[in-house]
Design a binder for this molecule. Sequence first.
Ligand code: UD1
Ligand code: UDP
Length: 370
Amino acid sequence: MKKIMLAFGTRPEAIKMAPLVQALEKHPDFEPQVVVTAQHREMLDQILELFAITPRVDLNLMQPGQTLAALTARIVDQLTPVIGELQPDAVIVQGDTTTTFCSALAAFYQDVPIGHVEAGLRTGDIRAPFPEEMNRVLTTRLARWHFAATDNNCQTLLGENVDPDSVFVTGNPVIDALLQVRDRIESGRQSDSTKQLTSQFERPYVLVTGHRRESFGDGFESICRAIATLAERHPELDVIYPVHLNPRVQEPVNRILGTLPNVRLIAPQSYEPFVALMCGATFILTDSGGVQEEAPSLGKPVLVMREQTERQEGLDGGVRLVGTDEVRILEESERLITDEAHYRQMAEAINPYGDGTTSNQIVELLSRLV
Ligand code: UD1
Ligand code: UDP
């Protein structure tokens, strides 16, 4: 049996790693070892519970208002003895968070080969997203195998002189997770709490998420003001906003949007209710990487409140970059509300990031590589 450690810590990593954990569990040659840093606590636990994943080791590292430096030090320091004890044959990391980079670094220091899922994403601007773009670059340098979601991502890696024999185009396992959960909802097998949540929202609504560090301060205030004006000008619409638990997000969102009658600020949702909310939305305003990948598969227009994106594939279809400028966010939102042809064109479902078979492809590759 080959021991494959899956190290992750935040909500999006958990969503994207869950199908891989499931696929490894089914394979006779592999023993998956789930180790969570718990860089996120509540938002991670929601996902672990949904996918019934019990970690072998939980480092429980999150601290309120944590700094990047302290978190980095804690992960490298505390993951190192775990790798020493569990002796994995490979460590798999996903994405571009502090957990991703630090887990790869800890594995590298102990000479354990690293597989990187969602490899090859780049904006080309080391400050945006911050610090994720640097985490991507550093993780690429540390990894032995690179599981790229798209041909574009593969070409990016080859352009950085990564060994072509170590790069594999597999799609993104977020689509495996999305299709699994969407099927559950469409066939009526969703949980009672998901049913209860969605039954509260009967009017048309815009779904919002936002949390990027490089937007904190002026950018985030501007995003919130745009949403406030949108809600005031369109009383026929609700805005539903599950607010990320980062205190630097909570403060401006509650201050600027907290009292508007048609803005519903709710807690971060587990993945099943969130997918149900995406399915019911008129359109989505977000700065999230994962939501940019999911929404095109659901045929939902997305306005991305960032200056640039590493996910170019969606831009030909239902994804538009609108930045953090208040006027632009408002204009593009109103265009979706008033221009039916434009809305229809953006709502065409396309699926650039995978067909739901990514985790099986990665496991198949691991059975050859490890
Ligand atoms: C992190 C990742 C980012 C990813 C995002 C997904 C880094 C540097 N950033 O950003 O790439 O897109 O997760 O959401 O790795 N908090 C809680 N409970 C939780 C989660 C967070 O209270 O379950 C609060 C804590 O006060 C914590 C703060 O949010 O200190 C920030 O969490 P952190 O993981 O450091 O950064 P994110 O902004 O969530
Ligand atoms: N998501 C969720 N509940 C929420 C908001 C988002 O499950 O309340 C999911 C979303 O569908 C996507 C992922 O979380 O799969 C995105 O996480 P986040 O925006 O925190 O991080 P990013 O994708 O920007 O790294």
